[in-house]
Design a protein around this ligand. Structure first.
Ligand code: GLC
Length: 473
């Protein structure tokens, strides 16, 4: 207990390395392979219509308020740094880290509250970390003891948290996704204890130890099958840990991929086939492994600088970190709404991450942000959901989408900016006879020399907003 406090202090003071875009940056989108299975195509287009989802990183690491899993990784990188009383010795640290499971007891866990808050914010899908790189299963896996149902929380009727989360969100109409890390730093068939791990990769050469690698492949397959069978309808299998991949898929232009020492083929064809046999139309997102099993691409902590004509999703944290830290630095509602509009105008989805804490609750600020986003979405969601990108997509402070004959023109206002009396949507040709109004307001607006005129009374009625939406017919 004493140590816990010490950890919190030490760790909270050193979070600069948290924004590590170490893995999933640039990708070659010309190599995207569209799915051929009609059920997958259908689900993908449904997913592209919903635009806005929730990601949650939650595990025993949340107890210490540290980076998810990475402090176990023996790489000399800022985000892998160990802190606290056990940090001087990797083995001792690993043991202490894994022993957190003996204490983890998130008694305030209430996924209905999360689902309601996310729904009111206008989110329509959820992706949850069922297992991160540390190998701790947030579901009741029979293939490991290192799991949520083997902690002090096991006596709680909601102890199989993955099941509870997916069903709470599904009950509110959400599509559901399981984040699952392919690498597993707990199981002996990945970090084989005979060799000490050197880095994030498998600790032995799979070619030299085919039986051990087969064991790991089966373990991964079996755990994914548990998720695809015992947890109701699952729409997305979101696979992280892109270094677990066949050698042939390595892109030599991407620096982190060049350092992968071994072929780590886990037979995605077999996994995807099994997944879809239980979950027809399942979206498989084998992140960064461009090809058949990456149904959409996932830029991380970043927004592409222009429109991309393939299915994609930016995953972005609401604060600074993926996992819970005691003092989180939340982005403003304005910034979050701008982020959503920017992404949707460029043809993508936003998967916004909120991190539950050790007690099973979010920071109150997370609820506040979602509430404010929801107020904006309830009026302006018409320009978001089920829309298609509309050229010029983004120009200056403007963003565009369209649906049937309607064009949606978003004006991304600065902090403190009220709506000006005259606005010219940049790069958009508006026919002289177009009908124009501001979302949520009756008044029809006049066009003069290509600029929209906003009467003072209307400006007062719409008030200050992070983004103003003009509906043009
Ligand atoms: C980064 C982090 C990883 C996290 C992922 C989410 O890659 O290193 O821990 O799960 O982002 O996209």
């Amino acid at each position: 207990m004493k140590f816990k406090f010490l950890y919190l202090i030490l760790i909270a003071s050193a979070l600069t390395a948290r924004l590590h875009a170490q893995q999933h940056s640039e990708q070659d989108h010309s190599k995207y392979m569209a799915p051929t299975d009609p059920l997958v195509q259908q689900k993908l287009s449904k997913w592209q219509d919903v635009k806005f989802g929730l990601l949650m990183h939650w595990g025993t690491y949340s107890q210490w308020g540290i980076v998810e899993s990475w402090s176990l990784c023996p790489e000399d990188e800022g985000w892998c740094e160990r802190r606290g009383p056990h940090s001087h010795d990797w083995y001792e640290y690993k043991k202490a880290y894994e022993d957190i499971a003996k204490e983890f007891n998130p008694t305030r866990f209430n996924p209905e509250r999360w689902a309601t808050a996310a729904k009111n914010a206008g989110m329509k899908y959820v992706v949850f970390t069922t297992k991160h790189h540390d190998g701790f299963a947030m579901f009741d896996s029979k293939y490991t003891d290192y799991k949520i149902t083997n902690t002090p929380f096991k006596s709680n009727p909601k102890s199989n948290v993955t099941k509870e989360i997916l069903s709470a969100f599904r009950n509110q109409g959400f599509m559901t996704g399981t984040y699952f890390s392919k690498p597993d730093w707990h199981t002996d068939s990945y970090w084989w204890k005979y060799f000490p791990p050197k880095d994030r990769n498998v600790s032995y050469d799979p070619k030299k130890r085919p039986e051990l690698w087969q064991k790991f492949k089966d373990f991964t397959y079996n755990q994914i099958e548990e998720l695809m069978t015992g947890y109701g309808q699952v729409d997305i299998l979101w696979l992280d840990g892109g270094w677990v991949r066949p050698f042939s898929t390595i892109d030599p232009n991407i620096s982190w991929q060049k350092t992968i020492p071994y072929d780590q083929d886990i037979d995605m064809a077999r996994i995807a086939k099994m997944g879809r046999s239980h979950q027809p139309g399942l979206l498989v997102v084998d992140r960064t492994v461009t090809g058949e099993f990456e149904n959409y691409v996932t830029p991380e902590q970043q927004i592409p600088d222009h429109y991309m004509p393939i299915p994609w999703e930016s995953c972005i944290t609401m604060g600074d970190s993926w996992s819970y830290i005691p003092k989180e630095n939340f982005k403003s509602t304005r910034k979050l709404v701008h982020t959503l509009v920017d992404i949707v105008a460029k043809g993508g989805n936003l998967l916004l991450n909120v991190a539950p804490g050790p007690d099973g609750e979010w920071h109150e600020e997370a609820y506040q942000r979602l509430d404010e986003i929801g107020k904006w979405m309830s009026v302006n969601g018409i320009g978001i959901y089920e829309t298609k990108p509309q050229a010029p997509y983004r120009q200056g402070k403007w963003a565009y989408t369209k649906k049937a004959n309607t064009t949606y023109a978003f004006y991304l206002a600065d902090e403190g900016e009220t709506i000006p009396a005259k606005l010219k949507p940049e790069g958009l040709n508006i026919p002289a006879n177009a009908k124009i109004s501001i979302a949520g307001n009756q008044k029809s607006l006049k066009l003069k020399d290509g600029s929209i005129e906003i009467p003072a009374k209307t400006a007062v009625q719409v008030g200050q907003q992070p983004v103003y939406l003009f509906v043009i017919n």
